[in-house]
Design a protein around this ligand. Structure first.
Ligand code: ADP
Length: 545
């Protein structure tokens, strides 16, 4: 007889195999911690039992409106309870959650609604002016449910029904059917589309489940976790923390906008243990006016990523009582994929030495199968010498299914059996990766590759610099030359000359890498707080002919 003894009578069945889905985290949390506060929003408290009940009503109300498997439901809202509830109610009925970046303009929102074939829009009153304009331009606009949040600043109501009324239409005893297929789409998240139209990244239940649990393990969430929502939930489903915090039965603390004057007292008053944010959020906290910064007794775990955090920013946060964990990821891989896992030996380093280690993007999260730095043509690994630049590629169960209705882009992204990130980096001898640039951001001066991040790292160490970005400027002799854009700290504005900054860089790095131009002023940002280097590059090219 052929085959192994393990090939017979040991088949998959309903008892030993179920589809992985993060929906089950809420089911469990509501059973285990029914009276625990699941969600804090202003004065509101929603227990896990209530969270579960509201999600049941939400799902039932969706079904009553004819929404079902494979339908797209779009959310356009800040971090409010409805956003969290949508993360469970929409996929519970097999529909797909499309959270739209709240800083997008009406034409892009319209593009997303049309491309994603949205069947229903749930939109916050503050954002409705944009949504209204987007819908007005559509031939067949989907119906709208308004979120009339008590903490909204203004806006208007544009839908036929308000969210709480909509929930009331639903049945609190709605039966939660088990998810039948873990490969089913759970979310549709559009990339920022810095060139051309945004691409619709499709996540599946399995990947969301795994990345959420990866976060729990790698960021150390426990049932005592009090998670402050400084990261937008629309960004990669809040890097999957929308599901991770519920997995441990922790408390979600909602936050409509990133404002240090709100954040510091919330950390103190709610006993916040964990939060995430792009480095810009950290910079805002470090540079907050003295009178809004308040003391808190706990050490707050703060994960940052989405852009490289300069080591000076990490050090600044640690001084204020945060412990910073550095993550790397992209929309295509459910947010966080690599983590700068801490090594005990680094404890012995001084603050700057520790921050320098933590500024690297690190190693694969426990739930990501692999990460490599390769020559993108041959797919051969670059030497682990900390110097040879190659492309970061990723593989595993937390990589997207692909781009919606875009097989060419999907094929290109998956060439050679790995997800091509378009990020350039090096592999260090200890197996930790360090990103040097996005392929398109690298500066080639006199034939040498110069990492803009390396120059920014030096700029951020200058005591008067609050934010900095370096891009390539065309140069007659060298081809390109580094050009720095700098926002000074409020007290230093108008006090520092461009040449002082250039000299500082020349004193701290090889001269050919130092910027030759410095422009002061505010920096253009994306909705997730990333500096828009393409806009700065356009400025360097001058007005189009
Ligand atoms: P967008 O493409 O709109 O910026 P993504 O979240 O998909 O949104 O961005 C992913 C990109 O952000 C990565 O490809 C990389 O260039 C950058 N990025 C993310 N995390 C880090 C990090 N820790 N260090 C450096 N760059 C990062």
């Amino acid at each position: 007889m052929s085959g192994s003894i393990y090939d017979q009578g040991l088949d998959k069945n309903a008892a030993n195999h179920t589809a992985l889905s993060p929906i089950s985290f809420l089911k469990r949390a509501a059973t285990v911690y029914p009276d625990k506060v699941a969600v804090v929003h202003g004065e509101r408290r929603i227990t896990y039992a209530n969270f579960h009940r509201r999600v049941s009503q939400f799902a039932s109300a969706l079904v009553k409106r004819g929404i079902g498997k494979g339908d797209t439901v779009s959310l356009f809202a800040p971090n409010v309870p409805a956003m969290l509830e949508a993360h469970y109610a929409v996929p519970l009925i097999g529909a797909v959650l499309n959270s739209i970046n709240t800083r997008l303009d009406a034409p892009t929102v319209r593009f997303i609604l049309e491309h994603g074939e949205s069947k229903l829009v749930i939109s916050d009153r503050d954002l409705n002016p944009v949504m209204k304009e987007a819908l007005a331009a559509m031939d067949a606009p989907p119906p709208v449910v308004d979120i009339d949040d008590a903490l909204a600043d203004g806006g208007e109501l544009i839908g036929a029904v308000e969210y709480e009324q909509f929930l009331a239409e639903g049945d609190a005893d709605f039966a939660w059917e088990a998810v039948d297929d873990e490969w089913r789409a759970i979310a549709l998240n559009y990339t920022s589309g810095t060139t051309g139209n945004p691409k619709g990244v499709v996540y599946h239940h399995r990947g969301a489940y795994l990345n959420a649990l990866g976060n729990v393990i790698d960021f150390g969430l426990s049932p005592q976790a009090v998670y402050l929502w400084t990261l937008p939930m629309f960004h990669c489903n809040g890097w999957c923390y929308t599901w991770a915090v519920t997995a441990v039965g922790g408390t979600h603390v909602c936050l409509r906008k990133v404002d240090p004057a709100l954040i510091f007292p919330m950390i103190r008053d709610h006993g916040v243990t964990h939060m995430c944010g792009a480095p810009i959020v950290l910079t805002m906290l470090i540079n907050a006016p003295k009178d809004v910064i308040c003391d808190f007794p706990q050490t707050v775990e703060c994960a940052t990523g989405g852009a490289a955090p300069p080591s000076a920013v990490i050090a600044g946060m640690e001084r204020m009582g945060f412990h910073v964990t550095h993550l790397y990821g992209m929309t295509e891989c459910y947010g966080p994929s690599t983590i700068c896992a801490w090594q005990d030996a680094w404890d012995a380093l001084d603050l700057e030495g520790r921050a320098g280690k933590a500024a690297r993007q690190g190693v694969n999260m426990v739930t990501l199968e692999g990460q490599r730095i390769v020559d993108p043509e041959t797919m051969a690994d670059t030497p682990a010498d900390g110097e040879t630049i190659g492309e970061l590629v990723l593989r595993g169960n937390t990589v997207m299914r692909g781009y919606l209705k875009n097989p060419d882009a999907t094929d290109a992204a998956f060439q050679g059996g790995w997800l091509h990130t378009g990020d350039l980096g090096v592999m260090h001898p200890d197996g930790y990766i360090e990103i040097k640039d996005r392929s398109k951001d690298i500066i080639i001066t006199g034939g040498e590759n110069v990492s803009s991040l390396e120059i920014e790292e030096v700029l951020y160490k200058h005591p008067d610099v609050m934010e900095a970005a370096v891009v390539a400027a065309p140069h007659e002799k060298w081809g390109e030359t580094p050009s720095a854009y700098v926002t000074l700290k409020p007290d230093s504005e108008g006090q520092v000359a461009a040449q002082t900054i250039i000299d500082y860089c020349r004193d701290h790095m090889a001269h050919f890498k130092a910027p030759t131009k410095v422009t002061f002023g505010p920096l253009p940002k994306t909705a997730t707080g990333k500096i828009q280097k393409f806009a700065l590059r356009d400025r360097e090219k001058g007005p189009a002919a």
